[in-house]
Design a protein around this ligand. Structure first.
Ligand code: NIG
Ligand code: FE
Length: 421
C-alpha cells in the first residue's frame, strides 16, 4: 500500500545520493564519486522521490505543505539508497553446516559436490519441500536482508533441477515478491548442476534445460534472467553458451557464474554473449577482464564466497582500475556463502579486494542495480526514482565499512513507507 502522506527525511549528516548515474553503471574513478549532500533532506510522495537537496532548499520549496508530511529526523546519520543484492540463491530448503565442518577438516567444495553433496544435497531438500515450507524458510532470510538495509534482491532457481521443481522455486520467489516489502528479481538457473542421474550424459540435461525448461519458464513469465554455472566438472563454456543463447531467444537476459574455482574463459564468454553480468571471477584472466570492460559487462564480485571457501579473492581493485563496472553481492546460499549481510560483504571488499569505502558503496547500490537492469528505477537517490532508502546509525559512509560485523541499518524506507524503524 502506498503512503498517501508525504514523507520528509530531514537533516542527514551525509545524504549519499549517487546522483547523475542512472544511464550506465559507474566505472573507474567515477565509482568514488558518491555525490554527497550534507544536511541533506528528501521529500517523498506516492512511493517516489520528489525532491533531494539541502534541508533549507526542500523546506523552502514545500513551505506550505510541511504540516501534512510525516517527518523522519536523520540528524547525525548516514542516508543511502536502499541496498541492492544482485546475486542470491535465496529460495532453498535445509542447510549444510555438516559440509562446513567437512571443509574445515580439509574436504574441498567440489569434492563434496562430486560425492553427491553440495548443490545436490540442497536440491534433494528443496525438491522435498512444498511451496509453503520453501516460502517460510526463504522469507526468514528475506526479512534479515531487509533488516540489513537491502530493499531489492535478485533470486535464482537452480535447486530444483527438474522442470516441476524449478518452477516451484520460481513461484516461491514470485509469491515473496508479491507479499514481502523487499522487491525480488528472478533468475532461472536450471543449469546450476548436472543432476546425479545425468552424470554420464550431461548433454541430455543441457538439452532438457534448452528445449523444455527455458521455454516453459519464459512462457510463464517466471524469470527475467538466465544463469549457468560455467565451471570445469559442471557446465563447459560450450554448453554454457548454448544455454545462454537459448535463453536469449526467449527473452531471458544472460548472466553467468564464471571462473569461480578454475580459470575457464567464463569472463570471455560473458563478453561474447553480451551478458548483463559475470559473477564470481576469482580466476578470471586478464583478457577476460579486458573483454568485460570493453563490453561493459558488470562484474558481480562475491567476497563472502571466497572468504567462506577459504579461497583467494577476485581481483576487485584490478577490475575497477581496468574500467570494469563492479558490483558486490552476498551470493547468499547454503553452501558457499550463507550470509545475508551485504554490509559485511562491503567490509570484505575493502579489506580483501582493495576497494575503497566509496567504491564498495557504489557497488551495492547503483552498480548492483545495473547488474539486474534496474539502474533506471533504484540504486540512487534521485527525483523520479523509487523511494527506497536506508538510514544508518553512523555519521559517514566510511564508517559503514569500517565498523564491521554490526548491523547499522536503523530505519528502512521501501516504496516511500517506513518498514523498519
Ligand atoms: O554461487 N557456484 C555455484 N553456485 C553457488 C553455490 C551453491 C551451493 O553451494 O549451494 C555459488 O557459489
Ligand atoms: Fe551464486
Amino acid at each position: 500500500p502506498l503512503n498517501h502522506k508525504p514523507l520528509f527525511i530531514r537533516h542527514a549528516k551525509q545524504l549519499v545520493t549517487l546522483a547523475r548515474s542512472s544511464e550506465r553503471p559507474l566505472k573507474g574513478q567515477a565509482m568514488n564519486n558518491l555525490n554527497i549532500i550534507e544536511d541533506g533532506s528528501v521529500w517523498i510522495e506516492n512511493g517516489v522521490i520528489q525532491k533531494v537537496g539541502k534541508d533549507e532548499e526542500i523546506v523552502q520549496h514545500y513551505q506550505d505543505r510541511l504540516a501534512e508530511a510525516d517527518i523522519v529526523d536523520a540528524r547525525g546519520k548516514l542516508v543511502t539508497p536502499g541496498l541492492v543484492d544482485p546475486h542470491t540463491h535465496l529460495v532453498y530448503a535445509g542447510s549444510r553446516e555438516n559440509e562446513f565442518e567437512m571443509r574445515l577438516k580439509g574436504a574441498t567444495y567440489m569434492e563434496i559436490m562430486n560425492a553427491g553433496g553440495g548443490i545436490h544435497a540442497t536440491t534433494r531438500a528443496t525438491q522435498q519441500a512444498d511451496h509453503e515450507q520453501l516460502l517460510q524458510e526463504s522469507k526468514r532470510r528475506l526479512d534479515q536482508f531487509l533488516f540489513h538495509g537491502v530493499t531489492t534482491v535478485e533470486a535464482k532457481s537452480g535447486y530444483g533441477l527438474t522442470l516441476e521443481h524449478e518452477i516451484k522455486q520460481l513461484e516461491v520467489a514470485q509469491t515473496l515478491n508479491e507479499q514481502h516489502e523487499v522487491d525480488l528479481v528472478s533468475t532461472f538457473m536450471g543449469a546450476h548442476a548436472v543432476p546425479v542421474k545425468d552424470k554420464e550424459n550431461p548433454d541430455r540435461f543441457v538439452d532438457e534445460v534448452i528445449t523444455e525448461m527455458i521455454p516453459e519458464v519464459a512462457r510463464r513469465g517466471l524469470a527475467e534472467f538466465n544463469d549457468v554455472f560455467c565451471e570445469r566438472g559442471v557446465f563447459t563454456p560450450e554448453q554454457s553458451r548454448r544455454i545462454l543463447e537459448a535463453g536469449l531467444e526467449y527473452g531471458l537476459k544472460p548472466k553467468i557464474h564464471a571462473d569461480e574455482i578454475e580459470p575457464y574463459a567464463g569472463a570471455e564468454l560473458a563478453a561474447a554473449v553480451g551478458a548483463v553480468s559475470a559473477d564470481h571471477l576469482l580466476k578470471a584472466s586478464d583478457q577476460g577482464i579486458q573483454a568485460m570492460a570493453e563490453k561493459e559487462v558488470v562484474a558481480v564480485l562475491l567476497p563472502g564466497t571466497a572468504f567462506f571457501l577459504m579461497a583467494e579473492m577476485a581481483q576487485g581493485r584490478k577490475m575497477v582500475d581496468a574500467g570494469v563496472p563492479v558490483a558486490l553481492s552476498t551470493d547468499c546460499n547454503p553452501g558457499s556463502s550463507p550470509t545475508v549481510s551485504l554490509p559485511l560483504i562491503m567490509n570484505l571488499g575493502c579489506l580483501k579486494m582493495g576497494m575503497t569505502p566509496a567504491e564498495v558503496l557504489t557497488a551495492v547500490t547503483i552498480n548492483a542495480a545495473h547488474a539486474i537492469c534496474r539502474g533506471h528505477e533504484i540504486g540512487s537517490i534521485e527525483v523520479g526514482k523509487k523511494a527506497d532508502l536506508v538510514i544508518f546509525d553512523v555519521p559517514n559512509y566510511m564508517s559503514l565499512s569500517y565498523l564491521y560485523g554490526v548491523n547499522h541499518a536503523q530505519t528502512v524506507i521501501k516504496n516511500g513507507r517506513v518498514v523498519i524503524e
